[in-house]
Write a protein that binds this ligand. Structure first.
Ligand code: F6R
Length: 244
């Protein structure tokens, strides 16, 4: 794992968007997995700009959404689906057959997990996975205590996630379960980028980088990734022992 520190959210987001462009140019059939949320929003916007400017070929790539709130419909502005619809699918005009999101309204969520795992296996794995970090160290909805051996699964959300997650919604929501790719997917991805910005993430970034790897703090798994990058701005890096 490497830590890369940027001056601000803009330069961080620009660097991550450039990584995706580089990948798409070198491997047009790449499989790209993205988290939603506040952290990657700017990356998505810059990525859309770059793809349009550079007329990057998107006809063969595959996009995957990392996770979803169970029972929150896609038209709800706080859903991950809504985020991807408005930040990537519509602006890029990507056909839906290339964009794979969990259907968290399905009566058979296990089947959703199986479908996602099958897709990833058939595509021979994820080329790049871009994730954020929650205030409890979660990645996707891999909450503290989760097994590192999991592929896609349904999980009871941690109290912190239920509370912090309210920020995405206009009205209070009952957030109980999530459906998410597993940390095994992250470990097996050819490249993993964990992004964070702002001083409120400084404490969790310190734990990610400096604590022993443990499923009590899922983001620490980044240390075990052979091609893992923790890409953060100066504020999120402010508590690290080594600020390169
Ligand atoms: C969302 C997701 C979550 C977020 C994390 C940080 O799809 O996977 O794990 O990445 O909760 O959220 P923000 O970026 O809003 O601080």
């Amino acid at each position: 794992m490497q830590v890369r520190i940027f001056n601000d959210h803009q330069t961080l987001s620009d660097a991550v968007a450039s990584e995706i462009i580089f990948l798409l140019k070198s491997k047009p059939g790449a499989v790209i997995c993205f988290a939603s949320g506040e952290t990657p929003r700017l990356t998505c916007r810059l990525l859309v700009e770059k793809i349009k400017q550079e007329k990057t070929n998107l006809s063969r790539c595959t996009f995957i959404g990392l996770d979803e709130w169970v029972s929150i419909p896609p038209e709800n502005e706080g859903s991950c689906h809504f985020f991807f619809q408005h930040e990537l699918i519509e602006p890029l005009g990507i056909p839906l057959k290339q964009f794979h999101l969990f259907n968290a309204m399905s009566a058979n969520l296990q089947e959703e997990c199986k479908k996602m795992d099958k897709l990833i296996a058939e595509k021979e794995g994820i080329d790049i996975i871009v994730v954020g970090i929650g205030m409890n160290g979660h990645i996707g909805f891999n909450e503290p205590g989760v097994s590192f051996e999991n592929y896609s699964h349904i999980i009871d959300l941690d109290e912190t996630t239920r509370t912090v997650g309210q920020k995405y919604f206009k009205t209070p929501q009952v957030l109980q379960k999530g459906i998410t790719l597993g940390l095994k997917h992250l470990l097996e991805a050819k490249k993993a980028i964990l992004m964070a910005n702002g001083s409120r993430k400084a404490g969790v970034i310190k734990r990610t980088v400096e604590e022993n790897v443990s499923n009590n703090f899922p983001a620490s798994i980044m240390q075990a990734h052979v091609n893992g990058y923790v890409m953060i701005d100066k504020d999120a890096a402010s508590l690290l022992d080594q600020k390169k």
